[in-house]
Design a binder for this molecule. Structure first.
Ligand code: GLV
Ligand code: MG
Length: 339
């Protein structure tokens, strides 16, 4: 596959050089806030002190008559609030909406030097990213922006999932992708009204001969509705050097199920998730930071096998070149988060 980072050139005279390496600061949660809400803006410095990324949302959940207020509020945030090392992102309106052109024009012109990443909803194919790429280059050039603004796609339509590899490789601007279970469910005509998480109806059952359940002789267990698409997203992102994220978990009160969904995504390779309420910031922080006991064990393996080669028994477990690399993933992440 052609790697977009291999043929870098500016897309517009005067635009900053395309991105050569995606920065990977701590990105365990993208905390959504309503920038049109004055009270939320006032709380933002406290939120930013806890969150890795804060995102001013302009798309779904912002009513039509509040779109302009949300955009203006985000400009105010960019101009007046010091977020320290916390990244500032936005989710603009969808590319087929009447608001997105003004979202991009206003935000890049007014606060383009403050925005790290623009999240684009309902991306369906490489063409959506190419459009963003050109337009951002023009706006950056016009505004004299020196650091290119990165692009993050939400994978939330059947067509987007079908084209996930070409989306991930569409531009050197691609920072990563999030999984959007609510829109994806609607797009696929899935029969659920939940936002992410499990569903009691999606089950598997053992053969009648199983003796585990004494009454029926069978065992039911719930399966993960999202496994297939998250797996495709993680592979497409990783193959192209960009970052995969889980997305929203809508049942704010069900912190247990939220943690389970986040952990499944973490184990599958996602680096972070969305948080829709401050309580989810803490859950994400816990889940997307590696378990200290596992890190200790991984360090032990790395120290015991300095060249990462051969086969060794450590605490009764077989270790070889591949498990050494698994341990390295864990230790590197722990180290990056500790810095
Ligand atoms: C997020 O945008 C979703 O649709 O789940
Ligand atoms: Mg959506």
């Amino acid at each position: 596959m052609r790697n977009p980072r291999d043929f870098l050139k500016p897309l517009c005279v005067g635009a900053p050089d395309p991105v050569t390496e995606i920065p990977f600061p701590p990105s365990r949660m993208i905390h959504f806030f309503d920038a049109g809400n004055e009270k939320m803006r006032a709380k933002l410095p406290d939120i930013a002190a806890k969150a890795d990324i804060v995102l001013g949302n302009l798309e779904d959940a912002v009513p039509v008559d509040r779109k302009e207020a949300a955009r203006a509020g985000l400009v105010e945030v960019g101009k007046t609030i010091d977020l320290g090392s916390t990244q500032l992102w936005t989710r603009v309106n969808a590319l087929d909406s009447p608001w997105v052109l003004e979202d991009l024009t206003t935000l890049v012109t007014e606060i383009g030097d403050k925005l790290d990443v623009i999240m684009v909803p309902k991306v369906e194919g490489a063409w959506d990213i190419h459009y963003m790429d050109r337009l951002l280059a023009q706006l950056e050039s016009r505004a004299g922006i020196e650091k290119p603004i990165l692009v993050h796609a939400i994978l939330e339509t059947a067509q987007g999932v079908t084209n996930v590899e070409e989306i991930a490789s569409a531009s050197p601007r691609m920072q990563g992708m999030s999984f959007g279970p609510a829109d994806l469910a609607a797009s696929r005509r899935m029969k659920t009204t939940r936002v992410g998480g499990g569903h009691p109806g999606y089950q598997t059952i053992t053969d009648p001969t199983s003796a585990d359940d004494l009454e029926t002789g069978r065992v039911r267990s719930q399966q993960d509705l999202w496994h297939y698409s998250i797996g495709r997203m993680v592979d497409a992102c990783t193959a192209n050097g960009i970052l995969p994220f889980y997305g929203p978990f809508g049942d704010i009160k069900d912190t247990v199920a939220c943690e389970v969904q986040f952990r499944a995504a973490f184990l599958m390779g996602c680096v972070g998730t969305w948080s829709l309420h401050p309580v989810q910031i803490d859950i994400a922080k816990k889940v997307f930071s590696p378990d200290p006991d596992e890190v200790l064990f991984a360090k032990k393996v790395i120290e015991a096998i300095p060249d990462g080669r051969g086969v060794h028994m450590i605490d009764g477990k077989m270790q070889d070149d591949a498990t050494w690399k698994q341990c390295k993933v864990m230790v590197d992440l722990a180290q990056m988060l500790a810095e």
